[in-house]
Design a protein around this ligand. Structure first.
Ligand SMILES: NC(=O)C1=CN([C@@H]2O[C@H](COP(=O)(O)OP(=O)(O)OC[C@H]3O[C@@H](n4cnc5c(N)ncnc54)[C@H](O)[C@@H]3O)[C@@H](O)[C@H]2O)C=CC1
Ligand SMILES: O=C(O)[C@H]1O[C@H](OP(=O)(O)OP(=O)(O)OC[C@H]2O[C@@H](n3ccc(=O)[nH]c3=O)[C@H](O)[C@@H]2O)[C@H](O)[C@@H](O)[C@@H]1O
Length: 441
C-alpha cells in the first residue's frame, strides 16, 4: 500500500484515484474546483462514468479515498503524486501546459524531501523533463524529484473497465527506483507493463491516439468512396477487420472522431513534429478529413432539400460518443452551429449530455426531455450519437411522430433491411440511400 495524491479530479484523475484506492492504496484526490470537490464529498460523481459512483462510495466508506481542495493537506506525507490536470489546446493547436506547471509549482511549495511525480496528463515530448526541472528549481525546501511518464489510455464511458483490463501500462523514467515504485503500485491490476525512457513514453501516447484517429479517417474516406461506387461500408469494414494485421476495432465509419483527446492530440502531434522541422503530412490529412466528416450530415441534408431554412431538425445524441456526458469537440456542436447558419430550427436530445450541451449551445436550440419530444413534428432527424436508447427506439415511432420521416444517420445505427420495412427515407454513411418508396408493404 502506498500513500498517493492525485492532482486533478477530472475524467482521468478521478478514475485513477478511485481505482488505485480500489486496489488498496491510500489516495487523496485534490482539485481546485470547489464545486467538484463538494459534489465528491457528498458521495456523488461530477461526471457520468458507468460504475464510478459505486466505487467512490465503497472506497470513501472504507477510508481509502479522500477529497480536498487543499494542496498542502493532499501532499502531506505522500510518497507519490500523480498529475492528471487538463492539457487543452492553444489556438495554434499546441498543448496548453499552464495547469501542469501550476501543479508543479504547488508541489514545489508544499513538498520537501523526496517525491515521485507521475505524469498521467498527455504532454508533449520533453515536458516531463521540464516538470522535474520546474519543481526542483522552485522548491521552497530541499527536494529530490523523480518524474515518471505514465500516459493514460482509458476511454471515456469505459474508464473503469479499461483501468482494470487495459492492454498495457507504460512507465517511462530515467530512475529505476521510481519506475519500480510505479510498477509495484500497478501490480494488482495484473496488466503487462512496458518500461521505456521518458520521451518514448510521452511519444507512445501521442502516436497511439494519432494512429487510432488515422484508422477512423481512413475508414471514413473509404465510406465516401463506397457511397459513390455502390459498396456497403459495413460489409467492407467487416471484411477488412477479419485480417488480424488490420484488426476490426476503430473501423466504424461515421461522422468523425470528437472528444477531449483525439482532436487536440492529433493537432498537438502536428505541432510537435513542426517544432523539429518535420511536416506530418499524413496526420494533417487525417485532421482535415475529420473536420469535413463532422459536417457530412448537413452536406447530405442540403443535397436532399436545397435549403434548410425554417426546417425543423431533431438532433438525436449530443455526446461525442455513447456512455459519456462529454460534449467537448463533439460533432453535435459543429453540426448544430452549421444548421443554425443554414436557418434550421433545432431541437436536441441526449440521455445524459444535456446539461453540458446547454453550457455551449445556450438558448440557440430547443431542448427536448425525450426522443419522442425531439421527433414530434420534425422534418428530419439527425442521429449523432449511437446511444442504445436511440438504436433501440422503435422505427415505427419515427413514422408516427415526425412530420416527414427522413433520417440522416451519422452512426449507421440501423440495418438497411430493417429500415426497408417502414415508410422512412434513410440516409446513412457509406451505404445506399433508402427511399420511402422502396416500401415492401
Ligand atoms: N478524458 C480522457 O478520456 C483522457 C484524458 N487524457 C489526458 O489526461 C489529462 C486530463 O484530462 P481530463 O481528465 O479529461 O481533464 P478534465 O478537464 O476533466 O480534468 C482536469 C481537472 O484538473 C483540475 N485542475 C487543473 N489544475 C489544477 C491544479 N493546479 N490543482 C488541482 N486541480 C487542478 C481541473 O479543475 C479539472 O477538474 C489531459 O492531459 C488529457 O489529454 C488521457 C487519456 C484519456
Ligand atoms: O487520450 C484519450 O483521451 C483517449 O482517447 C480515446 O478515447 P475516447 O476519446 O474516450 O473515445 P473513443 O472510444 O476512442 O472514441 C473517440 C471518437 O472516435 C469516434 N470513433 C471511434 C471508433 C470508431 O471506429 N469510429 C469512430 O468514429 C467516436 O465516435 C468518438 O467520437 C482513446 O480510445 C483512448 O485510448 C485514449 O486514452
Amino acid at each position: 500500500m502506498r500513500k498517493i495524491a492525485i492532482v486533478g479530479t477530472g475524467y482521468v484523475g478521478l478514475v485513477t484515484g478511485v481505482c488505485l484506492a480500489e486496489i488498496g492504496h491510500q489516495v487523496t484526490c485534490i482539485d481546485n474546483n470547489v464545486d467538484k470537490i463538494a459534489t465528491l464529498l457528498d458521495g456523488k460523481s461530477p461526471i457520468y462514468e458507468p460504475g464510478l459512483e459505486k466505487l467512490i462510495h465503497r472506497n470513501m466508506a472504507e477510508k481509502r479515498l479522500e477529497f480536498t481542495t487543499n494542496h498542502r493537506e493532499a501532499f502531506f506525507k505522500v510518497e507519490v503524486i500523480y498529475l492528471a490536470v487538463g492539457t487543452p489546446q492553444n489556438r495554434d493547436g499546441s498543448a496548453n501546459l499552464d495547469c501542469i506547471f501550476q501543479a508543479a509549482r504547488e508541489i514545489s511549495e508544499h513538498v520537501s524531501g523526496e517525491i515521485v511525480v507521475v505524469v498521467k496528463s498527455t504532454v508533449p515530448v520533453g515536458t516531463n523533463d521540464k516538470i522535474k526541472q520546474s519543481i526542483e528549481e522552485n522548491a521552497l525546501s530541499p527536494l529530490k524529484v523523480d518524474v515518471v511518464s505514465n500516459p493514460e489510455f482509458l476511454r471515456e464511458g469505459h474508464a473503469i473497465y479499461d483501468t482494470f483490463h487495459g492492454d498495457r501500462i507504460v512507465i517511462g523514467s530515467s530512475s529505476k527506483r521510481a519506475a519500480a515504485i510505479i510498477a509495484e503500485i500497478n501490480e494488482p491490476f495484473n496488466i503487462p507493463i512496458i518500461h521505456t525512457d521518458v520521451r518514448s513514453a510521452e511519444m507512445i501516447k501521442y502516436a497511439s491516439n494519432a494512429f487510432l484517429a488515422t484508422k477512423i479517417s481512413f475508414i471514413n474516406e473509404i465510406s465516401t468512396i463506397c457511397e459513390k461506387v455502390g459498396a456497403n461500408i459495413e460489409d467492407v469494414a467487416y471484411g477488412m477487420g477479419q485480417d488480424s494485421r488490420i484488426g476490426s476495432q476503430f473501423l466504424k465509419a461515421g461522422i468523425g472522431y470528437g472528444g477531449s483527446c483525439f482532436p487536440k492530440d492529433t493537432k498537438a502531434l502536428v505541432q510537435i513534429a513542426g517544432n523539429v522541422k518535420h511536416t506530418f503530412d499524413l496526420l494533417e490529412s487525417v485532421i482535415r478529413i475529420n473536420n469535413h466528416q463532422q459536417l457530412k450530415l448537413v452536406e447530405k441534408a442540403l443535397l436532399r432539400f436545397g435549403s434548410l431554412k425554417g426546417m425543423r431538425v431533431a438532433i438525436l445524441g449530443l455526446a461525442f460518443k455513447p456512455n459519456t456526458d462529454d460534449v467537448r469537440e463533439a460533432a453535435s456542436i459543429v453540426l448544430v452551429e452549421r444548421l443554425l447558419e443554414e436557418g434550421g430550427r433545432i431541437t436536441v436530445y441526449d440521455p445524459v449530455a444535456m446539461d453540458n450541451a446547454r453550457k455551449i449551445l445556450m438558448n440557440e436550440v430547443n431542448y427536448a426531455d425525450s426522443l419522442r419530444e425531439a421527433l414530434y413534428q420534425a422534418d428530419m432527424a439527425l442521429i449523432v450519437t449511437e446511444w442504445d436508447e436511440i438504436k433501440e427506439f422503435p422505427l415505427e415511432e419515427f413514422e408516427k411522430l415526425m412530420a416527414t420521416p427522413i433520417i440522416f444517420d451519422g452512426r449507421n445505427c440501423y440495418r438497411l433491411e430493417d429500415i426497408e420495412q417502414y415508410a422512412i427515407e434513410y440516409h446513412s454513411i457509406g451505404r445506399a440511400m433508402i427511399k420511402a418508396t422502396q416500401l415492401t408493404s
